[in-house]
Every structure is written in C-alpha cells, then in structure tokens.
Design a protein around this ligand. Structure first.
Ligand SMILES: CSC[C@H]1O[C@H](OP(=O)(O)O)[C@H](O)[C@@H]1O
Ligand SMILES: Nc1ncnc2[nH]cnc12
Length: 299
C-alpha cells in the first residue's frame, strides 16, 4: 500500500455526489468525524484503502441525501479533507446534459465552470485575511488526464473538457434558462461544483470532476424534462461504472504533484503578514501556514 500516511489520513479525496453515498470495495475503513473551524462536514469521512491506495471518501449530501446543494457546508468539507492530508480531490456529480451529443449515461470531465450560485459562502478568505487565487483553469489537468485514461479503460463514453454551469437550485431550470445556457455554449448543468472547486483551489488541492450525465434538463424537444426519478434511474445504471472508473484512477494519481494547484496561495495572499488577525491565522492554519511562513519579513 502506498501513501505513507498515518491511519485516518489519505492523500486522495473522493467527494461522492447524488447516487454515490459510499464506495464498495473500500477496505480497512475507518470513519473519521472531523471538526473544522467552519462547522461539520456533510458526514463522517470514510478513510480506507481502494486498489491498494489510501483514500478519504466523503458523501457530499451526506448518507441518505440529507443536505440540499444550498445547505452543504462546502468550506467544512474541503477543510476537513485538507486536514486529513488530502492533496487531490476527485468529485463525482450527476449533471444534466446541455448538448445533444452528451447522452444520459455519458461521462464528462468539465474543464470550466460558470458560477450562478447566489447564496453560498465561496471563500475561506473573508475575515482577517484577504487572498485572490487564480481560477482561470479551475480544474487540475493532471488529475483529469488520469480520469480520462481510467474512464476509457473501463469503457465509458467520455467527453474530455466542457463547461459546467452551476445553478443555485434546488428547483431545476426553466426552459428559458436552459435555452439561455445552451446559447452560452455550456455542456452540462449541476448544482454543487461551485463553490466546491473554488474552495479546493484556495486550499491548494487538485480538483477534477467526473460528471455523470443523467438527463437532457428541460430544453430537449423530444426527451422528457428532467425529474429526480429519471436522474436516479440513470444513476442507478451508471454508478457501477463510476466506481470502476474511480478504482482504475486512484492508483494512477501521481503522489508528487507537478501541477500548480499546490502553490495557489503562494502569490495570492495580499494581507501583510503582520496584519493577519490572530483569529484568521488560527482558523486557517491548515490552509495558510506554509504560505504565510515563506512571506514572513517580506513586508
Ligand atoms: C438528486 S438530483 C439533483 C442533484 O444531483 C446533483 O448533485 P451532485 O453534484 O452532488 O451529484 C445536482 O447538482 C443536484 O444537487
Ligand atoms: N438537469 C439538471 N439540472 C441541475 N442539476 C442536475 N443534476 C442532474 N441533472 C441536473
């Protein structure tokens, strides 16, 4: 087994979305309840071994799907994974297809996001310390490379790249909205990847999403408009594929990161070190300690 991490720690995090509340085949599982300065994550984190590699699995909506997209504590989720030693996050999400070419059952690996959420806290840097991370490339292409290979190896119909528009929900879109997003050229629609991906970047975690297309939203002339029933039926058929994909991907993720995700904060913190409030330092210690340390005395 790789990943010389202590029990209860893991370098790879998996955030399971709708239909993926657990991972069978996760061995030597230890349930970790993490407390964070931002409150409780969606559920206990299940740390175990998948394909010989230690991973930390978190159900985004909680087991039993208790949390709506707007009430998920995204900060606590990302902070909790970071504090367990996670450096790379694979997110799994059900999405609506906004293109004829993406069929229910297909896998999309989005490389861009449009954030239309309205009532979510989307930063760790809101009190006592200011930071502006780059987000032009919101997805880690190294992780996406691995997901693409893994997806193809398990026979998924897969689209590499595409734009995920994140709506607030919980209601699905109107036809007018759906048509508008299509004019924007988006590929898929969902309700959860924002602010998750933003927070992952602020926490210097690699982040990539395996988006499982479940429906054609409500824009299609001949297909039924989306319903939860239809989404769950499609997920039911495809969740096994997603699990195979994850199992194939996990051992291929390089433990030593060469991407820029791990240094997102290096040039992002604008507050002078001696002006960062003690509370912020304490609250964000897990995230900012290395960057603040290297900037000491520079201002
Ligand atoms: C239960 S269907 C709608 C629900 O599914 C997606 O969630 P996730 O990204 O966690 O798979 C979508 O964003 C909605 O939250
Ligand atoms: N059509 C859709 N809109 C928003 N979120 C979704 N998740 C799955 N399908 C969706």
């Amino acid at each position: 087994m790789t990943g010389s991490k202590k029990a209860g720690q893991a370098a790879i995090g998996i955030i399971g979305g709708s239909g993926l509340y657990d991972i069978e085949g996760l061995e030597r599982v230890r349930e970790v309840r993490v407390r964070t300065p931002f409150g409780a994550p969606s559920d206990a984190i299940r740390v175990g071994v998948l394909g010989g590699i230690r991973v930390a699995f978190l159900s985004r909506h909680g087991r039993g799907h208790r949390l709506s997209p707007s009430s998920i504590n995204y900060r606590a989720n990302i902070y909790a994974l970071k504090s367990l030693g996670v450096t790379q996050v694979i997110s799994v999400s059900a999405v609506g297809s906004m293109k004829e070419s993406i069929r229910p059952g297909d896998v999309v690996l989005p490389d861009q996001f449009i954030d239309l959420t309205k009532r979510r806290v989307s930063t760790f840097f809101d009190e006592g310390i200011v930071a502006h991370v780059g987000f032009g490339e919101p997805v880690c292409s190294s992780v996406a490379d691995v997901l693409e290979q893994a997806g193809r190896s398990v026979g998924a119909r897969l689209q590499r790249g595409g734009t995920y528009v994140c709506m607030e929900g919980p209601q699905f879109s109107t036809k007018a909205e759906s048509r508008l997003y299509r004019q924007w050229g988006v590929d898929v629609i969902g309700m959860t990847n924002m602010p998750e991906a933003k927070l992952a970047r602020e926490a210097e975690l690699c982040y990539a999403t395996v988006a499982l297309a479940t429906d054609y939203d409500c824009w299609h002339d001949t297909e039924e408009a989306v319903t939860v029933e239809a989404i769950l039926a499609t997920l039911h058929k495809n969740v096994a594929l997603a699990k195979q994909l994850l199992k194939a991907a996990v051992p291929k993720l390089a433990p030593d990161r060469t991407c820029v995700c791990h240094e997102a904060l290096r040039t992002a913190i604008v507050t002078a070190p001696d002006c960062i409030s003690a509370t912020a330092k304490r609250r964000l210690n897990v995230l900012i300690a290395p960057s603040v340390r290297t900037r000491k005395g520079k201002r």
